[in-house]
Structure formats: C-alpha cells, structure tokens
Design a protein around this ligand. Structure first.
Ligand SMILES: Nc1ncnc2c1ncn2[C@@H]1O[C@H](COP(=O)(O)OP(=O)(O)OP(=O)(O)O)[C@@H](O)[C@H]1O
Ligand SMILES: [Mg+2]
Length: 554
C-alpha cells in the first residue's frame, strides 16, 4: 500500500517524477545545477513562460467575458483543458449556509459530480481548503485518501495513471474553495510549474467570485427593496385610500370597477388636482398587471428633441453621447401599464409618432432596425378639453379615438362638497403622522371655511391647505386662522366680513364659542364653563352671533 506521504501539500518540494523514478528504480533526481542554465534550456524556459502567460491571459479573458460566474468558471476549466492538457477540472466553493465545499463547475467528470460535496478537511480537496495549501497526488489510483466521489474507482480503472493537482481559492487570507485538475501522469511533468499556473488562476477566480458576491449581494438587496416598494405602492394605491363618498365619486368607483380587471385603454379626464393620477395608479395596482411595472410619462415635460428616445429608446451610437443601448418608456412598461399623463400637451409630431406605435404595438429604437414588440396597457389622463382641441385641429382625431376607449370623468371638488370634510380629516391624519403632530380635530369655523371655499385647485389644494394647517397649528385643534390666506378672504370664505377691530374680535369670539359648543356637543352650560364665563353671557352671544347650538348635538 503506498503511503499517503506522496500527497504533497504546499508548493511541492517532492515532485511527482521523483516518485515515478523511485517506483521505476530510476534513482533520485539530481539536484538542479547552481550555474545559469545553458542557452537552449533558457530558451525553453522562455517559451514555457510565454505559454504560461498566454494561458493566464485566456483565463482572465474567460473570467471577464461574462457576468455569470458558473459560465466563466467553465471557461477557465476549458482553458486549462485545452492549454495545459488537463483531462478534468473542478472548482469548489464553500457554501455559506452549510460550510461545505460544493462543486460550482466541473469539466470532464460525470454529471453526478455536480452534486458532490466535501466537508472542509475531508479527503484531498477538503484538506487543501483546510490548510490553504496546494496538494499534488501523483497517482490517483494509489492514494487511499483520495475519496473518488466524483469518479468511481471502477471507472478510473481503464483510463491510465492520473495525477491530481489542487490549489486553494483564497479570499481575505482564508480558503473560499478549491481549484483542481486531473492530468495523465507523466514522469517528466513539472508539477511545480503547473501548480504556479493553478495558483494564479485561483487568485483570478477569487477576484471574480468576490465581484460576483458583491454584485449578487447588491442585486439581492435591490430585489428585496423592489418587492418592498411594490408592496408599499400597492398599499398606497389601495382603493380604500381614495377618499370620497359623494354620489359623483361613487360613479367614478363604478367606472373604475368596470375596467380594472380588463386590459382596456382608459382615458381619465378631470380638472387639475382632482385625483386622476391616483386613479391611474389604483387601476394598475389592482389589475392582473400589478406585478409588472407602472411607467408614467409626463407628456407636458417631453422636449420635442428627446421624445423619441424617451418613449422608444435608442441603440448604442444612435447619436453623439449614446454610449449604451437605452430602453424607452414603452419597453420599460412591457407587461405592465404605461401612463401617459397630460396627453393634451402632446405636439402634433409626437401625436403622429405615438399613433403609429399604438396601431401596431411595435416600433424601432432610435438608430436601430430591430422591431420591438411590447405588451402594454395604456392609461392616459388630461385636464384639457380635448374635444375643443379636436375642433381646433390641435389634437389628432385618429389618436383621440384610439385613446378614448373608456373614459372616466373625475369631478371637481366643488361638485362633491360632501367629500371635503372626509378628505380634510384624511389629510389631517396623514400629515399629523408625517410631521409627528397630535391634531384631534378641525374647529367648526375652520370647517365652515373649508366648506365655503370653491377649491379651484381641487383635492391637491385641499391637501396642501391641510398640510400647512397641521404645521402651523399650535395646539391639537386646527382653527380658521391656521388655514391659508386664500381661504381667509371674504370672497373665498365669507368668514371675514369686516376689517374693523370690533367685527374682527366678534368673529374671533364667535369662533371660540362654536369650538366650545362643538366640544360639549351643543351643551351651553358646559361650554360656558369651558370658556370661564356664565351661561347667561354665552346665550346672549350665541343669539348675537346667530349661532345654532343644535347643529353641534349630533
Ligand atoms: N379621492 C382622493 N382621496 C385621497 N387623496 C386624493 C384624492 N384625490 C386626489 N388626492 C390627492 O390629491 C393630490 C393630487 O391628485 P393627483 O395628482 O392624482 O391629481 P391629478 O388629477 O393628476 O392632477 P393634475 O391634472 O394636476 O396632474 C395627490 O396627492 C392625491 O393623492
Ligand atoms: Mg396628474
């Protein structure tokens, strides 16, 4: 039985050919002469070095050629096979979860080799990983420590004498895996030279694995972040977040329900700030396309010169500065929804281009010939009077009919007065939480001001007004004077009726009394106590300011 001492760890001092000579009785190798090598052998060394460099160049090219680690590892093994005469090659890496050495790529082994695992310290491969030092087994079949897990002993029988060379893949000073090759035993082989090549190759692999891990870690982080953001978006665009109970809004909900599960093209109409974008998002996030992208294009912000590349993308070199291929919005939205916002702002030339894409759902990237086909659901929105634009000839009729398949009209806020309070409460809650304030309610006079105002900026204006009020409120109640100056004007709210001091004080006093009555649900005696006055004085002022305490009872 040959002794395991034939396995050589570290850069081998005992060459396989020593063993061969000893077995064949050829006697020990003579020590190399100390004098410089003769001319021919120097040339031979030079040739060998050139070959070695060429091999390493190919190895580094294989590693740089693709981002897929497994493919590049196969590339490396293939180079070792082709250039160094390796019959087999395998790369193992330590799996983080199990701590086992797992075969990442294996060339020349049976298919089952891919499932082979070693514990660190187990067999030759495990030993190399444990010690962080190379090993050479000159005669695989004679080595009892050789586990033959990847190739059975029987299968090895017919293939002749093989040597096994294995080096560690080191990362930050410790083993991250191994690189091993098997080559036919040749007494004259310089295994030290081969080990050197393998060590440099392992260092290059280590670098590639490190980059792969970094990229993979970042990719994983992005995937997780993306999933979380999608979930947040979904929650944000839950239908329950669209506030409003008015008859006009209920009609909107009915229309939304009719199209939400279909792939129909939807056009959302309504004044600025009415909630068109909110509805577009909700339509996407409750459709079968919810898991795919929702891509918004603001047509009003598309410069004429950039519109093509923005919508359809461009090929590399399509114009100066186009250093890489870029996907346009249509391609980004593939499988999902493309939301063309402010569609009424499109210039005639862009309208024509868009029409062409909508007719065929295919296009070419700028500077390219390849036809790109996409599957997108279109939702558009506008606050423009498109019919007027049609009559004036500024909006194409054919495009209009393509986009106006199903229309949803979002009513202006002044036509759904009953929603104002619901929305105001919703925004108080939202912004109190955002700005970490405690706001318990909106005072009655402030409510009256909100109700009296005509809201030309619709829900957006209401939202802004409430956010501001939450920020400026000094207590836990939003009072009339916390609202924006626009709401304070006589024309806007009818609340401030006079500029005289007496009348201004009267308005203030009336507001205070109404607040107190609201807190006490219309109970005058309690309200008087709250304001530190008598019920008689309070009743007098209630009559004077024409306040009806009954309205606070409910
Ligand atoms: N029914 C609603 N419930 C809750 N929030 C709403 C509602 N309608 C609108 N909003 C809010 O009002 C703001 C304006 O809405 P959105 O951006 O959807 O308006 P828009 O109709 O697209 O306006 P524009 O035409 O100016 O683009 C958003 O912050 C939105 O969340
Ligand atoms: Mg909008």
């Amino acid at each position: 039985m040959p002794s395991p001492s034939k396995i050589v760890f570290n850069v081998p001092s005992l060459m396989p050919e020593d063993a061969a000579r000893r077995r064949s009785g050829a006697g020990p190798v003579q020590p190399a002469p100390a004098s410089p090598p003769p001319r021919e052998s120097a040339e031979l060394i030079e040739q060998g070095d050139v070959r070695k460099l060429a091999t390493l160049l190919e190895v580094s090219q294989a590693l740089a050629g693709t981002l897929n680690l497994e493919t590049s590892l196969y590339g490396v093994l293939e180079v070792l096979e082709r250039r160094c005469g390796a019959r087999r090659g395998a790369v193992t890496l330590i799996e983080e979860a199990s701590g086992l050495l797992v075969v990442e790529a294996a060339l020349g082994y049976p298919r089952t080799a891919g499932r082979v695992r070693y514990r660190v310290g187990e067999g030759i491969t495990g030993g190399v990983a444990q010690r962080g030092k190379p090993a050479v087994v000159p005669h695989v079949t004679e080595e009892p420590e050789f586990l033959n897990r990847a190739v059975s002993r029987d299968a090895r029988h017919d293939e002749g004498d093989m040597s096994f060379l294995c080096v560690p893949i080191l990362m930050e000073g410790s083993s991250a895996g191994t690189l091993a090759v098997e080559m036919p035993f040749m007494p004259e082989r310089d295994s030290e030279r081969m080990i050197k090549v393998l060590r440099i190759t392992a260092a290059l692999i280590s670098q590639a694995v490190r980059i792969h891990n970094l990229v993979e870690g970042e990719r994983q982080r992005l995937v997780e972040e993306n999933t979380q953001l999608r979930e947040e978006l979904r929650e944000r665009y839950e239908f329950s977040n669209i506030v409003g109970n008015s008859g006009t809004m209920r009609r909107v909900y009915e229309q939304v329900a009719q199209v939400v599960g279909t792939g129909a093209t939807v056009m959302i109409r309504g004044e600025s700030g009415t909630g068109k974008e909110l509805i577009a998002h909700a339509l996407h996030h409750h459709s079968p396309r919810a898991g795919k992208p929702f891509v918004r294009v603001n047509c009003a912000a598309l410069p004429e010169t950039l519109v093509e590349t923005e919508l359809f993308g461009h090929e590399r070199g399509a114009f100066t500065g186009a250093q890489a291929r870029r996907k346009g919005k249509f391609e980004q939205a593939d499988g999902g929804t493309l939301f063309l916002d402010e569609i009424g702002e499109l210039s005639p030339s862009i309208q024509a281009k868009l029409l062409r894409v909508l007719q065929g759902r295919e296009f070419e990237r700028l500077g390219g010939n390849e036809t790109v086909r996409v599957d997108v659901r279109l939702i558009t929105a506008t606050n423009k009077d498109l019919e007027k634009a049609l009559a004036e000839g500024t909006f194409r009729e054919d495009l209009y009919y393509r986009l106006n398949v199903f229309s949803i009209f979002v009513p202006p806020l002044r036509e759904r007065k009953s929603d104002v309070l619901l929305l105001a409460d919703h925004f108080v809650e939202k912004y109190a939480s955002v700005h970490q304030r405690i706001i318990k309610r909106i005072s009655t006079p402030a409510i009256d001001m909100l109700m009296a105002y005509h809201w030309p900026g619709n829900v957006r204006e209401l939202e802004n007004a409430i956010e501001r009020a939450v920020l400026v409120a000094d207590g836990d109640v939003i009072h009339g004077h916390h609202l924006t100056p626009t709401l304070q004007t006589a024309e806007a709210s009818g609340t401030v009726v006079s500029r005289s001091l007496g009348e201004a004080v009267g308005v203030f006093e009336s507001n205070l009394i109404q607040d107190a009555l609201k807190s006490t649900r219309g109970n005058r005696a309690k309200a008087a106590r709250l304001l530190d006055t008598t019920e008689r004085i309070l009743s007098y002022k209630v009559r004077r300011y024409g306040i009806d305490p009954r309205r606070f009872r409910g």
